[in-house]
Write a protein that binds this ligand. Structure first.
Ligand code: HEC
Ligand code: HEC
Ligand code: HEC
Ligand code: HEC
Ligand code: HEC
Ligand code: HEC
Length: 424
């Protein structure tokens, strides 16, 4: 009887393990949609026309998943709304007419996962009351981040429980084995407890070694990266007030972005072009990320102190000293990055790389500036290839386009992933 159970267990032991693994692995490898990423994507791509609660150019997006019968169709809509309208889908066409036949921008570059991230962000935002319940500096979306962690914690616990179950089964198996052996008079050695079993110990050490190695490498690669870095600046200068509410063009202050390698931080003279006249701040209330109130007028007074301007007398009364802005973005010295190449030749928007600056009171680093980030964009972004003298040397690519072998040219195809293009 024991023997039979034992054989049964032994026979099925492998299947039990496989079963455990097959429950855990798919869950742990399916990445849960990440609302924090979705928020960033939403702000860069969608916020110009959509709000979660308010109707803008496009409809309020709260509850949108419930309005679409089919998630695949919703994905297709966001990739290219015209293609859904062309199928004659009634819901889509009614919506299109309701919004005066305004065409929504197509987003072929967004992956399905990225769209799911955006939808997850909308879901998180839905439950908040409109306008309220905003965390200060809410750009980091703490609610969403916590949710993501919860899931991985859950899967971690399930994995642990299943591992313990597997261990217990293995112990029972060897105990039964011994009992069966004893009964039939076959001498079997005492089962080795698992903490003395060399095979188990070796396995545990191997796993620890792999986890440790992975974490060390991750940490080493991340050295010097500073995504979301937001230092306190000497003057609380708000991009939201200047570039957002007052619509001052980025290039008015960062003229270098079009002409040179560096975008450059404006000198105080540029500030004084306006602030000789603008002495007080009367816009919407300003708060720091920690939620402290900021007095805009007092911040303008700090500017006067730096440049030595007396607003009462209306003239410079003492020598100025430079404002020591803390630099936020810092590529390592071995990397070559050129703004004008990207802004003028590459036609890239500031916001693609720097995020929704016009929404930020205090600037933070939006992209991680990793090598993978540069390369991924070079793989997917098309260059203005036709009728461009700069690319006339790529005869083969021009011929391929003529022969209709390819219909566009990415940065990668003109050498944008060659090491020496980015590394000194
Ligand atoms: C240029 C403005 C514009 C941008 C940018 C834009 N949309 Fe839209 N969107 C619209 C309009 C307008 C509609 C209404 C339908 C129509 O007129 O085409 C719409 C409709 C939608 C709908 C259907 C809403 C419903 O109630 O069923 C979804 C979902 C949607 N957009 C998602 C997005 C996402 C996600 C992004 C960013 C990746 C985005 N949109 C960017 C203008 C825009
Ligand atoms: C009125 C002048 C002004 C305008 C307009 C302006 N900026 Fe700035 N910008 C500054 C100043 C001053 C700083 C340095 C202080 C800081 O980081 O907030 C700065 C910093 C930055 C930084 C961070 C630089 C670093 O240290 O790494 C980025 C990125 C940036 N601006 C992008 C933009 C973009 C994009 C726009 C347009 C949407 C814009 N700026 C419009 C004045 C301006
Ligand atoms: C293709 C991505 C990309 C685009 C597009 C882009 N930037 Fe940058 N920006 C960067 C990177 C990367 C750095 C860090 C450069 C460094 O450390 O040498 C940076 C740095 C900056 C800085 C800090 C000062 C400097 O020059 O190092 C400012 C200010 C800035 N960008 C403003 C802008 C503005 C304004 C625009 C739009 C006109 C813009 N950027 C477009 C990637 C980009
Ligand atoms: C093109 C005109 C213009 C330029 C250039 C300009 N500002 Fe302003 N600034 C404004 C306007 C408009 C306001 C908002 C006034 C209001 O709403 O009452 C403002 C508000 C401010 C405020 C109070 C709100 C806040 O952001 O904290 C400060 C501080 C300030 N500016 C500093 C600067 C600095 C520093 C520079 C140079 C880097 C600069 N400004 C360049 C137009 C300008
Ligand atoms: C948002 C997309 C995007 C990102 C992110 C980006 N690039 Fe680019 N990059 C481009 C485009 C588009 C061009 C092609 C410009 C042209 O037509 O010459 C380009 C061209 C270049 C070139 C010239 C390549 C050649 O073949 O001549 C270099 C060097 C370069 N990028 C460096 C970088 C570095 C370093 C980073 C990361 C810090 C980066 N880029 C991030 C879009 C991007
Ligand atoms: C499109 C630009 C680009 C190209 C092409 C590129 N790199 Fe990089 N590389 C970067 C940037 C940006 C960094 C630094 C940022 C980071 O990874 O933290 C970097 C960092 C590195 C580092 C330092 C390790 C690290 O993580 O900081 C090494 C080594 C490196 N690159 C090797 C290469 C090799 C080899 C190639 C050719 C196969 C190459 N790179 C091509 C942009 C580029």
């Amino acid at each position: 009887m024991y023997r039979r159970v034992s054989i049964l267990l032994r026979k099925h032991f492998v299947s039990v393990l496989i079963l455990c693994a097959s429950i855990v692995i798919p869950f742990s490898s399916v990445k849960a949609a990440d609302p924090a990423k979705g928020k960033a994507l939403f702000q860069t791509n969608c916020a110009s026309c959509h709000n979660v609660h308010k109707k803008l150019t496009g409809p309020a997006l709260a509850g949108v998943e419930g309005r679409w019968a089919d998630k695949k169709l919703l994905h297709q809509w966001i990739h290219n709304s015209a293609s859904v309208l062309a199928t004659g889908d009634k819901y889509a066409n009614d919506l299109f007419n309701e919004f005066n036949k305004t065409a929504m921008t197509a987003f072929p570059q967004l992956s399905n996962e990225e769209i799911d991230d955006i939808l997850a962000y909308i879901k998180v935002e839905e439950v908040k009351t409109p306008g309220g319940a905003k965390t200060p500096g809410g750009d980091t979306a703490p609610a969403g981040a916590e949710k993501g962690n919860d899931n991985s914690l859950l899967f971690g616990i399930i994995t642990l429980i299943l591992a313990v179950v597997a261990l217990i089964l293995m112990q029972i198996n060897s105990n039964l084995n011994k009992l069966a052996g004893d009964k039939e008079g076959v001498p079997t050695p005492d089962p080795v407890p698992f903490y003395k079993n060399k095979a188990y110990l070796a396995l545990i050490i191997l796993v620890l070694f792999m986890v440790g190695g992975y974490l060390t490498i991750q940490g080493a690669v991340g050295l010097g990266r500073q995504k979301d870095y937001m230092p306190e600046q000497p003057i609380f200068y708000s991009h939201k007030v200047h570039a957002g509410i007052n619509q001052i063009n980025c290039l008015y202050c960062h003229a270098g972005a079009e002409k040179s390698k560096h975008a450059m931080i404006p000198s105080e003279n540029i500030c004084m072009n306006c602030h000789k006249a603008i002495k007080e701040y009367s816009g919407p209330e300003l708060t720091t990320a920690e939620g402290k109130k900021v007095d805009g007028t007092a911040e303008i007074a700090k500017l006067y102190d730096y440049v030595g301007w007396d607003p009462e007398a209306g003239k410079y009364t003492k020598p100025g000293k430079p404002i020591e802005w803390t630099k936020i973005h810092n590529l390592p010295d071995h990397v070559y990055f050129n703004h004008s190449q990207h802004v003028v030749a590459g036609q890239q928007q500031c916001q693609t790389c720097h995020g929704a600056i016009t929404e930020m009171d205090e600037v933070h680093q939006f992209a991680d500036l990793s090598m993978g980030w540069c390369i991924n964009c070079h793989r997917t972004t098309k260059v203005q290839f036709a009728d461009n003298n700069y690319y006339s040397i790529f005869e083969k690519l021009h011929q391929d386009i003529k022969d209709k072998k390819i219909d566009s040219v990415t940065v990668e195809m003109v050498g944008g992933t060659e090491c020496q293009k980015c590394h000194y």
